[in-house]
Design a protein around this ligand. Structure first.
Ligand SMILES: [Zn+2]
Length: 329
């Protein structure tokens, strides 16, 4: 069966990473920009491994040059997500790509994205919140102005702060200043860890950055004491199985540890990460989970309530979304 119309809560989706190839090609053509090495002969994003993925990601992102480009991108991405039943999405936003970390420039980009999000909410019934992410491989010094952008624009729309990029650069504690700054501004915290790094990276991230959610976190499975700790502390994992398979963080869907983590009591959620890069959608993720692990409508209902409980939104928004999840039963 297909799970297209089932209402879904998504917590981990990078805005630029969700840009459809046709959208990026169209924008490049309008601007007369060349995009060498970004697409394969079928027009898909082309990369062989995680480092190439990051390079292609940044090359594709380079065609996005103005708040208006980001308004159009946001509207496009939300329309595509809504087609797969997503009623709430948290999108990772990177001021590094939107004004280079300058707060004034960032405000202009943010206003454009919020305009698109309001339109999508009215027209497509999808609610978006923004989680500002610093880029790990740009280094700790570069993370500071990004945290300031986040702190300055924290509110109803920008509700969280996190870190993305190459996980094996530095240690989590190197970024503690940025996370402290964001936490003091009232933002809720998540961080990519345990996608490439081992259980120690997950444990250090929780200890040093004091996050309540972990992006991926799948390699926690290599340390069952840590898994039990995650379950006991209620740390939520933003698991993106299609991404993990595409980037070969795991060898196959069958080998993915999500079912073991869930069975041991860890709060797991499902997201697409960078859907067109990984040839996935939320529908595809659900279809595979049903095929491979036998997850049924009850499992998906529980999954979405776990995700909604962990969402970085206010109580009225959460209550309204809960009604929509329950009405679909
Ligand atoms: Zn991610």
């Amino acid at each position: 069966m297909s799970h297209t119309t089932l209402p879904k809560i998504e917590l981990h989706m990078h805005l630029e990473g969700a840009a459809p190839p046709a959208f990026v090609r169209g924008l490049a053509a309008e601007k007369g920009l060349r995009l060498d090495g970004v697409f394969d002969e079928r027009g898909h994003y082309a990369y062989a491994d995680f480092n190439e993925f990051l390079k292609v990601y940044e090359a594709a992102t380079a065609v996005l040059k103005s708040p208006e480009d980001y308004r159009r991108l946001t509207r496009e991405v939300l329309a595509r997500a809504a087609e797969h039943g997503v009623i709430y999405t948290e999108s990772f936003l990177s001021p590094d790509f939107c004004g280079g970390g300058d707060v004034g420039a960032w405000r202009d980009y943010l206003a454009a994205m919020q305009e698109a999000a309001a339109e999508a909410e009215a027209q497509d019934g999808i609610t978006m919140r923004g989680v500002i992410t610093c880029i790990r491989h740009f280094g700790p010094d570069a993370a500071r102005p990004i945290a300031r952008c986040a702190a300055e624009t924290a509110g109803d729309f920008i509700t969280g702060f996190g870190i993305a990029g190459a996980e094996m650069v530095g240690r989590p504690g190197d970024y503690a200043w940025a996370f402290d700054c964001a936490r003091e501004a009232g933002l809720r915290l998540t961080a990519h860890a345990g996608e490439w790094g081992g259980p120690d990276m997950v444990a250090d991230t929780i200890r040093d950055l004091k996050v309540e959610r972990i992006g991926h976190g799948i390699r926690a499975i290599e340390d069952l004491a840590l898994v039990d700790q995650l379950a006991e502390d209620g740390i939520v994992l933003e698991v993106c199985p299609g991404s993990n398979v595409a980037l070969r963080a795991v060898s196959s869907w069958q080998a993915h540890p999500i079912e073991k983590l869930r069975a041991r009591g860890v709060k797991v959620t499902i997201s697409t990460d960078d859907p067109p890069f990984f040839h996935t959608t939320m529908t595809h993720e659900y279809d595979r989970l049903a095929d491979v692990f036998g997850w049924n409508e009850d499992d998906f209902h529980d999954l979405n309530h776990v995700a909604l409980d962990a969402a970085f939104c206010d109580a009225p928004t959460r209550a309204a979304l809960a009604k929509r999840l329950d009405a679909a039963r």
